[in-house]
Design a protein around this ligand. Structure first.
Ligand code: HAM
Length: 421
């Protein structure tokens, strides 16, 4: 058998119920907070992410599934959704169509990373974005939504971490402060960090090399270099979070691995997830839309990895498709036709019905009904049929009763409703 590609995974019946739970809880929540769903293509032009996510990010430099298509265009499988949503917002002039531009998206993303627990090459995100609102109250609302999501899912021990990475006014001075603080120590950092120090010093915080961490921990904090406007903004975000009683920790290391962030950045970390413990992450990106050639509109949002939310869900048994309400068996050919018709009628009447397709012996059919744990079995035999009847067996009590063929759907609907109560 040809195996699946490394870093991809199938979502099997045993776990799909947990996925559906995450999806339905999030959808309900997004709609309560006023978000509308958007679905964008999985393939986009490579330059959307080169420009949007950022040329100096690991995602663009190392992880993109990019290729030249048969028409000679550079295409990439999206590594994240934010640039796609910005593109769709501008391309379809959603600003005109929506009172407040609040969008959400579910879908697969692709990054050529080293696979491990919670980290895949094809993974799934839920992503929310708000466009055009710069008030810090909306930063707090987006963080509140992220917090509500993990708490409504019952994920134990979430930790909210926030930071402010400033704006184009104060960022350059902070970058200089980072380089100045490192001084000649820069040559002791890994090759990636030496490159980062020259091109985009903020990216040094993305470094995962263990030997570099002591030096990086001692670097200056972006919150100490904020301009007045960014300082006031961040203080207001904190004030709102305090007002809502949402606990958080400010971390100077939280610069996030994408280039577009300005001001607020945040992540919610989970426990028991190993090294890949970020359940979700996001922040404000006030220059992105303009940088991509759109109008000068600010934005803020976050994305969560669905795999990680599913992993972090509390341990309640994942339910597969439940047993049928009724299993229909048939003895002889004419009875089989009636059985197939009956199964169809039952399903149309919203009753979960199943049947044996292989025309096996009655014994084998009953065995299958037993394996499926069907509480009721309909037995259709030539003798009953000639009387216009079918037999219903209660598998728990063993009781049997003959019911008119014309009455059977109503009879079973009543029994199934009583059993499902
Ligand atoms: P990100 O931090 O790159 O941000 O990804 C967000 C979340 O996606 C992570 O916290 C993690 O749960 C999940 N994730 C990322 N990479 C993988 C992977 N290889 N395997 C499994 N899960 C993964 C963004 O993507 C931004 N677009 C978020 C955002 C929206 N910022 C503003 N708006």
């Amino acid at each position: 058998m040809i195996p699946a590609i490394r870093g991809t995974h199938d979502i099997l019946p045993a776990e799909v119920e947990r996925w559906q739970r995450v999806e339905s809880v999030s959808r309900r929540l997004f709609e309560r907070y006023g978000y509308a769903e958007v679905r964008t293509p999985i393939i986009e032009r490579e330059e959307l992410f080169a420009k949007g996510t950022g040329e100096t990010t690991d995602i663009v430099q190392k992880e993109m599934y990019a290729f030249t298509d048969k028409g000679g265009e550079r295409i990439t499988l999206r590594p994240e959704a934010t640039p796609s949503l910005v593109r769709a917002f501008v391309e379809h002039n959603l600003e005109q169509a929506m009172a407040t531009a609040k969008l959400y998206l579910f879908g697969p993303m692709f990054r050529y990373e080293r696979p491990q627990k919670g980290r895949y090459r094809q993974f799934h995100q839920l992503d929310v974005e708000v466009f055009g609102v710069s008030d810090p109250a909306v930063d707090a609302e987006v963080i509140d939504l992220a917090w509500a999501l993990v708490t409504e899912l019952g994920i134990p021990g979430p930790e909210l971490v926030i930071n402010s990475v400033g704006c184009p006014v104060c960022r350059p001075a902070f970058g200089e402060a980072l380089v100045a603080s490192l001084g000649s120590d820069v040559s002791r950092l890994c090759a990636d960090c030496q490159r980062r120090a020259a091109t985009n010093p903020l990216r040094i915080f993305d470094c995962k090399v263990p030997e570099d961490q002591a030096l990086i921990d001692a670097l200056p904090h972006s919150v100490d270099y904020l301009c007045e406007a960014c300082r006031v903004h961040f203080a207001s975000v904190e004030r709102h979070l305090d007002m809502y009683g949402i606990p958080y920790r400010v971390s100077h290391r939280l610069v996030r691995g994408l280039d577009y962030y300005t001001r607020t950045t945040f992540e919610i970390l989970g426990t028991n997830l190993g090294a890949q413990n970020a359940l979700l992450g996001g922040g404000r990106y006030d220059g992105l839309m303009k940088d991509l050639g759109g109008p000068d509109r600010v934005g803020i949002g976050f994305a969560a990895g669905l795999e990680r939310l599913v992993l972090a869900l509390p341990e309640t048994a994942g339910r597969q498709v439940g047993p049928p309400d009724v299993f229909v068996t048939a003895i002889g050919e004419p009875a089989r036709d009636v059985a197939f018709q009956l199964v169809r009628e039952l399903r149309q009447a919203a009753i979960r019905a199943d049947i044996d397709y292989e025309g096996r012996s009655v014994r084998a059919q009953m065995k299958r009904a037993d394996r499926l744990a069907a509480p009721l079995v309909v037995i259709i035999g030539d003798e009953e049929l000639s009387r216009g009847q079918v037999r219903v067996k209660d598998m728990r009590s063993g009781d049997q009763v003959d019911v008119a063929r014309t009455e059977i759907v109503a009879f079973l609907r009543g029994r199934a409703a009583a059993a499902n109560k």
